[in-house]
Design a protein around this ligand. Structure first.
Ligand SMILES: Nc1ncnc2c1ncn2[C@@H]1O[C@H](COP(=O)(O)OP(=O)(O)OP(=O)(O)O)[C@@H](O)[C@H]1O
Ligand SMILES: [Mg+2]
Length: 385
């Protein structure tokens, strides 16, 4: 594997689509980019031969990546904290640091920290027994939400409980002594928003426009940038909220703050310290994508302009559906809409799995929504014309 010795090497743990898209930004910047992947067929392994095969739960494998990297960063939250701390102790440069990352890895730690910081969020409690969960339901009412503190993604690890029976079923089937449980008040939100910032170790920050994100079954389905009908004052306060969280937690790289817009104002759902699905639109819709700014930030380089380059950008996820070979959809979608931007992740199509996304930039919001939805539906095999 040859590298440009005059340029730094960024190592990313994880070979998913976030790593694949970060690799594309690294290529443009001429950076060396190494990834720790679980298999040769991972999404990121397909676009670089600079990968190390290994597990993110194995210290030797993580160290092998760190030894060939100037900075190590992450495409997911699942590296055990003890291993991260060991790498820091050995002198490796991790961005974000384990002290920051824990608040994206552990929902209980995140809730407690945000409470300390006085950030508005759903009422919550740490749950250790079925009885405590039942008491939470009595106090805050049904439905409420049970979450695994660690290890969840795309709505996995989140259960809405409508009754005591649901609590027993959820905790009975999934009770684990490895992770804590979190109970949260169910927020009857009007919609979900996300606020993204990039922050470098020296504290420079740039903020992306606040976006609206729509989930289906707990998984992101559509993102609209910027969020329609959001007042300038609310947009600015959501951006300031993300900047103050990034500063308080000393986050480096990209931070996504998932938000609920509710009658009680804007409440924080959760944090992610990496490029995030709510920022995929920025590849096509902004001057500097979240992937490029993540790289710049972890290398402590000056950050790029996050301004949108179109009035509206609409991103729709392609969730694995009917077509095993999505290439069969290309002719139709590309001919129908020359302005469509398609991003497929090279992942095997499985039901319910994120396998790609499309983005449409337009002066007209409804036009962008219609075109992006049509293309994603076609790729998923939901419609055939
Ligand atoms: N307290 C709540 N009240 C109402 N809905 C909720 C609540 N918590 C979560 N949800 C819904 O479930 C979705 C997934 O929850 P959350 O973001 O906590 O889980 P996750 O699986 O870690 O998500 P991600 O894919 O972002 O990592 C949210 O986007 C939201 O739609
Ligand atoms: Mg989430």
């Amino acid at each position: 594997m040859s590298v440009n010795k005059l340029f730094p090497t960024v190592g990313m743990v994880g070979g998913g689509q976030l790593s694949r898209m970060t690799s594309q930004a690294a290529t443009a910047l001429g950076m060396n980019f190494r990834v720790l992947v679980q298999s040769e067929s991972d999404s990121a392994s397909q676009v670089t031969n600079n990968y190390i095969l290994g597990e993110h739960t194995n210290l030797d494998h993580l160290r092998a990546l760190a030894q060939v990297s100037d900075v190590v960063t992450f495409d997911h939250e699942h590296v055990p904290e003890v291993l991260l701390r060991q790498l820091v102790q050995e002198g490796f440069n991790l961005q974000p640091s384990p002290d920051a990352l824990v608040f994206a890895q552990d929902k209980v730690a995140m809730r407690k920290k945000l409470h300390q910081l006085g950030v508005a969020q759903p009422s919550f409690a740490v749950i250790e027994t079925i009885e405590q969960a039942i008491d939470f339901g009595k106090e805050y009412g049904f439905p409420f939400v049970l979450k695994l503190s660690r290890g969840g993604y795309d709505g996995k690890g989140v259960w809405v409980c409508h009754s005591e029976k649901d609590i027993e079923a959820t905790l009975g089937q999934n009770f684990s002594h490895t992770f804590q449980w979190l109970a949260e008040e169910f927020v009857a939100f009007s919609r979900e928003l996300a606020s993204q910032v990039a922050r470098s170790p020296q504290g420079q920050m740039v903020t992306y426009p606040i976006v609206e994100s729509r989930q289906v079954n707990g998984m992101c389905s559509m993102v609209i940038a910027p969020a329609p009908h959001l007042s300038d004052a609310d947009a600015m306060s959501a951006q300031q909220l993300a900047m103050s969280i990034a500063d308080s937690l000393n986050v480096t790289g990209m931070l996504a703050v998932e938000l609920f817009e509710s009658e009680r104002g804007i409440l924080v759902n959760e944090l992610a310290m990496r490029p995030h699905n709510s920022g995929h639109w920025s590849i096509d819709g902004s001057t500097t994508s979240q992937f490029e700014n993540h790289l710049r930030a972890v290398l402590d380089l000056p950050l790029g302009d996050p301004s949108p380059i179109a009035r509206w950008s609409v991103m729709v996820n392609i969730i694995g559906g009917k077509y095993p070979d999505m290439y069969s959809a290309y002719k139709h979608c590309l001919a129908r809409d020359p302005g469509l931007k398609v991003h497929l992740y090279g992942k095997e199509v499985r039901q319910g799995r994120k396998v790609g996304h499309v983005t449409v930039c337009s002066d007209e919001l409804q036009d962008a929504i219609r075109r992006a939805t049509h293309a994603a539906d076609y790729f998923m095999g939901v419609i055939e014309e």
